[in-house]
Design a protein around this ligand. Structure first.
Ligand SMILES: CC(C)=CCC/C(C)=C/CC/C(C)=C/COP(=O)(O)OP(=O)(O)O
Ligand SMILES: [Zn+2]
Length: 453
């Protein structure tokens, strides 16, 4: 199998077996685990994962002292994983979660790593995403948006970037977490946006990916943060997208998984960080074409594999009836920012409603194989064979699986074809908003709620 075929995603049946054998060779030889012998289980062990996650949530108040400054993250990783698996928790757990996160909310805005801890942008992002994923009036209205806005402004640095916390570091993570929460809570304005694009552009490296800070090494986590933030402020056209695309495509290894940076090992969590970068660029095809100097009329292999088809409940391919005409254009910088914020427009919402105009830019089947064969445990997911499961990897592997399963569709709201889902169609997980990593239905609920708030 050629690398070219792997990257183009044009794997024949024979190619697919080669990828599978590669996975097994990695599984057996590199990580020295017992051979998987005959049966290949491509099934998502949904019930086991849900039980592991629900039990973990119940334990949150007791056994997680070692992650004491990260408890909103644990809430988010667990509740997001459960939502991706199409489930939810009972009222008691939900109320406990809302109550706990309310106690992490600082009196001057933002969320700390635990009750009484100083507010931090990372835990603020985690808490907001978790509360949106829980959803409902009590959860959404528990977020003090006015004070959160003041906290975000206090974290704004003279460079245009954001500081993670009072006196903390300025980096691309801080820019993303600030912009993401401001956008989803509908409090994004020109003061928050000002010069943040300059900071992020200064972090794109000679390799094409984005680093955490200027002059550092490009990395998948920061590349996701930088690109998603640039889309949310409608300045993605300031990045060199063809180089970014080239960089991310070559981060997919022969094992099927993604590495975070050049010459490092693949790791399940990059299924989301890198996979989402590729999926985001699928909706930026007009800008990619422009930056490549191609005429508007040029066909950039633009049709997604699922084209205008949709699937029925069994995943069988069926023809979609007439669909309403959609505007596939990407707004230009000039027509966005100040008007966008002032008019309460939401770039994240416009973005997800825009159809994908390009095929997936990575081999989605190979990544699903890596996820199902190499990262799935009896319950929970891990980085790679030989490592232990944890909630961070469970969340980002499942989020990456969602990106894979849904990246062939033209419209975010339609179900994928069975051929795009590795294993049985019952493996299907919920679609996510690729800019926020929130399950799409929950994102829509929050969008409606905060649009009128
Ligand atoms: C929203 C938010 C807070 C995003 C965080 C994004 C993220 C995952 C950043 C990664 C940071 C980093 C340099 C990890 C390298 O770890 P390593 O050296 O152990 O891993 P590697 O060998 O795979 O590079
Ligand atoms: Zn990882």
């Amino acid at each position: 199998m050629t690398r070219e075929n792997l990257m183009k995603g044009t794997t024949s049946q024979e190619d697919q077996w080669t990828v599978q054998n590669q996975c097994f060779r990695i599984y057996e030889i590199v990580y020295r685990l017992p051979p998987q012998a005959q049966s290949i289980n491509f099934e998502v062990l949904r019930e086991n994962h849900i039980e592991y996650l629900t039990e973990s949530l119940k334990q949150l108040g007791r056994n997680f002292y070692v992650l004491d400054a990260n408890r909103p993250w644990l809430c988010y990783w667990i509740i997001q994983s459960i939502a991706l698996l199409g489930d939810c928790v009972d009222d008691k757990l939900e109320n406990g979660l809302i109550d706990f996160l309310s106690r992490c909310q600082d009196q001057d805005g933002g969320y700390g790593g635990g009750p009484g801890q100083m507010p931090h942008l990372a835990t603020t992002y985690a808490a907001v995403n978790a509360l949106i994923t829980v959803g409902g009036q009590n959860s959404l209205s528990s977020i003090n948006r006015e004070k959160l806005y003041n906290f975000l402004l206090r974290m704004k640095d003279a460079s245009g970037g954001f500081r993670m916390h009072d006196g903390g570091e300025v980096d691309v993570r801080a820019c993303y977490t600030a912009i993401s929460v401001a956008s989803v809570l509908n409090i994004l304005d020109d003061r928050l946006i000002q010069n943040v694009g300059d900071y992020i552009v200064s972090c794109q490296t000679y390799e094409g990916g984005i680093a955490g800070e200027p002059c550092s090494e490009a990395h998948g986590g920061y590349t996701f943060c930088g690109l998603a933030a640039m889309v949310l402020i409608n300045e993605a056209d300031r990045l060199n997208l063809p180089e970014l695309l080239n960089w991310v495509m070559f981060r997919q290894g022969i094992e099927g998984g993604f590495q975070g940076r050049t010459n490092k090992l693949v790791d399940g969590c990059y299924s989301f960080w890198q996979g989402a970068v590729a999926a985001i660029i699928q909706r930026l095809h007009v800008t990619v074409k422009k930056q490549l100097g191609l005429p508007d009329t040029f066909e950039l292999d633009c049709s997604t594999e699922s084209g205008n088809e949709s699937s029925d409940d069994d995943g069988e391919e069926v023809s979609e009836g007439s669909s309403s005409p959609v505007d596939i254009s990407e707004p230009t910088k000039g027509e966005s920012l100040s008007t966008s914020a002032a008019m309460g427009l939401n770039n994240g919402y416009d973005f997800i409603k825009r159809p994908t105009g390009m095929k997936p830019l990575f081999n989605s089947m190979a990544l699903q194989q890596y996820i199902l064969l190499c990262t799935q445990e009896e319950a929970g997911f891990r980085d790679k064979p030989g490592k232990r499961r944890d909630h961070y990897h469970t969340c980002y592997v499942l989020s990456g699986l969602s990106v894979c399963q849904h990246c062939n569709k033209r419209d975010a709201d339609s179900p994928p074809l069975s051929r795009d889902v590795m294993g049985p169609y019952s493996n299907l997980v919920e679609p996510v908003h690729p800019l926020h990593n929130i399950v799409l239905d929950k994102y829509y609920e929050a969008h409606m709620f905060f649009a009128r708030a």
